[in-house]
Ligand binder design. Sequence first.
Ligand code: ZN
Length: 234
Amino acid sequence: MSSAYTPARVDEKGRSTFIADFSGEIASAATDLASIGRIFYEKNWVLGTSGNFSTVIARDPLVFLITASGAHKGELTSKDFLCLGADTSVISGSGKPSAETLIHKAIIDQRGAGAVLHTHSKWATVLSEVHAPSGGFAIEGYEMLKGLSGVQTHRHHEWLPILANTQDYAGLQDEVTRLLRDRPDIHGILLQGHGLYTWGTQLQEARRHVEILEFLLEVTGTRLTMKTAHSGTI
Ligand SMILES: [Zn+2]
């Protein structure tokens, strides 16, 4: 963060007041997120306006940029983002922030994440349904695990928890907060029949985590399909 930026201020009611000139940071972050949106769309991870992305612009107090609700992630422009304060009120931008803003906020708060990325891929949807009764599943033995921050070996045991899907985002925010507090080792969360959340200290790390986890989900799903085809069971 450049020291040239003045931090936002919180007024006596706890609302963030946008007094700083973050326009350069916002424009740059929007360009980066739009680029990631095009790549993810091409991969079929964010079809039909699904998914949402956020990145932190400033901390103390928090200012973060998030995709607007209903924006097509393959065609994002600077108008498709809103800047929010620590209370998730809109500081700048038009439209409505993503309906899942509170999940992003929980991850930013609990993990100190600099960026949160959410996808709706086929394999995240399928595997989160298959493994929902167990509350998650482990991925281990793959070299690609080493793309997750802090992982040094393919022998790493990555637990991917699954939370029930809901439209009660305030309740889900609490659940995600509890989960992240209880499991400091995890790199992602699946919502059942819905998609993947992951994060990073910076946007590029979050993007890498999406690529790694989506790869691992695809491998896990493909392997399961081959196994069931071989055994003749569904
Ligand atoms: Zn979603």
